[in-house]
Design a protein around this ligand. Structure first.
Ligand code: HEM
Ligand SMILES: *[C@@H]1O[C@H](CO)[C@@H](O)[C@H](O)[C@H]1NC(C)=O
Ligand SMILES: *[C@@H]1O[C@H](CO)[C@@H](O)[C@H](O)[C@H]1NC(C)=O
Ligand SMILES: *[C@@H]1O[C@H](CO)[C@@H](O)[C@H](O)[C@H]1NC(C)=O
Ligand SMILES: *[C@@H]1O[C@H](CO)[C@@H](O)[C@H](O)[C@H]1NC(C)=O
Ligand SMILES: *[C@@H]1O[C@H](CO)[C@@H](O)[C@H](O)[C@H]1NC(C)=O
Length: 316
């Protein structure tokens, strides 16, 4: 071997050692030969479901994030609990993971069209892109070829970042998955869609020393989430245009109107503040970066030695 080849091999091995997760090579054309209609089947199922239930887009976007952060993007979140095992979907923050039936419906149709070909983790990655595009956000090519995992544990959901986290903790949580500070700020923009229950932010409202929150906004949240709240479904939308994917989330953070402590914290830290400002000013830039960061999120912890699950809620 020449010197150059050897140093190239060494460099390659070094890269392998540094990359936090073994990455199966994903590909935008993965199903071109084996299931060319996969993406249109998924899109139609999701569009139909979203017409019947407008909460579906936000739920599927959050589902993808949640899945990728625990054990990587391996559809572990889609598995049901079994008599011997409590699964992720029954773990602590489960009030907010819903609408699994939409992914299951898409998968049933895919099994008819191209049996045992399209993984549940790829269905979820495509669905997350489609709900963003459908909500008038950006569109991107989804890389595919993920395999589905066989393990799902409720207690591992404690490793999700919390809405009470400070920026340092959020940065660390993302870094563990190979995502940088910009990815953190950019992907937090997913909160342009959807809703939160009071329990995820009401502790902030009782904190009189927290000056990061706009006082009128705090008052309106206190009305929705009174101290002895009996309504488990009460809560607030995460930005003022919760069905439209736009940069309103960032504009609101600059005004002290972020719903979660973790959202607002991004504007109180020098490492993240200028990125928030740039997205609040420039929606196009946010869209471009969001697409890029979603592709990175979709690479987290992708596995090679999994299976193509036949039914997304149970292992083969
Ligand atoms: C930065 C760390 C993050 C934290 C701490 C966080 C936390 C939360 C919490 C607590 C909720 C509300 C749960 C509830 O009470 O119902 C929520 C909702 C949501 N999150 Fe995040 N999240 C984070 C990042 C992300 C990312 C990266 C995405 C997607 C790209 C995302 C998308 C969503 C969406 C769409 C909803 C609304 C769900 C619905 O309306 O049903 N989040 N998030
Ligand atoms: C559309 O969604 C509704 C509600 O989930 C469902 O009952 C119906 O079967 C769906 N239709 C198609 C063609 O998927
Ligand atoms: C959510 O978690 C609770 C407590 O762990 C559990 O009792 C419940 O069955 C889970 N599932 C749903 C859909 O609420
Ligand atoms: C979850 O529980 C298993 C045992 O059932 C344990 O081995 C594992 O360390 C726990 N994980 C976390 C994150 O607590
Ligand atoms: C951030 O939160 C962590 C965990 O709660 C804590 O240990 C740390 O001191 C906090 N950092 C700052 C700068 O507040
Ligand atoms: C209240 O807010 C202050 C300032 O943001 C923060 O340092 C403190 O940890 C908060 N206290 C609680 C109990 O959340």
């Amino acid at each position: 071997m020449s010197k150059i080849t050897i140093s190239a091999v060494v460099a390659f091995l070094l890269i392998l050692a540094v990359v936090p997760f073994s990455r199966a090579a994903l590909n935008a054309h993965y199903y071109d030969q084996t299931c060319p209609q996969a993406e249109s089947i998924i899109f139609q199922t999701i569009r139909n479901a979203s017409i019947y239930d407008p909460k579906v887009p936000a739920r599927l976007l959050r589902m993808f994030f949640h899945d990728c952060f625990i054990r990587g993007c391996d559809a572990s979140l889609l598995l049901d609990s079994t008599p011997g095992n409590k699964a992720e979907k029954d773990g602590p923050p489960n009030v907010s993971v819903r609408s699994f039936y939409v992914i299951d419906d898409a998968k049933t149709k895919l099994e008819k069209a191209c049996p045992r070909t399209v993984s549940c983790s790829d269905v979820l990655a495509i669905a997350a892109r489609d709900v963003v595009a459908m909500s008038r956000g950006p569109w991107w090519h989804v890389l595919k070829g993920r395999k589905d995992g066989r393990v799902s544990k409720a207690n591992e959901t404690i490793n999700l970042p919390s809405p009470f986290s400070n920026t340092t903790t959020l940065i660390q949580s993302f870094a563990k998955r190979g995502l940088n500070v910009k990815d953190l700020v950019t992907l937090s923009g997913g909160h342009t869609l959807g809703f939160s229950h009071c329990s995820s932010f009401s502790a902030r409202l009782q904190n009189s020393t927290d000056t990061s929150i706009n006082s009128e906004f705090a008052m309106s949240l206190r009305k929705k989430c009174p101290l002895h709240n009996k309504d488990r479904n009460a809560g607030e939308f995460l930005d003022s245009t919760s069905a439209k994917f736009d940069n309103d989330y960032y504009k609101r953070i600059t005004m002290g109107k972020g719903v979660f402590g973790s959202d607002q914290a991004l504007y109180g830290d020098d490492r993240t503040k200028s990125i928030v400002d740039s997205y609040a000013k420039d929606e196009k830039r946010f869209f471009t970066e969001f697409a890029a960061s979603m592709v990175k999120l979709g690479n987290v912890g992708v596995i090679e030695d999994g299976e193509i699950r036949v039914k997304c809620s149970i292992v083969n």
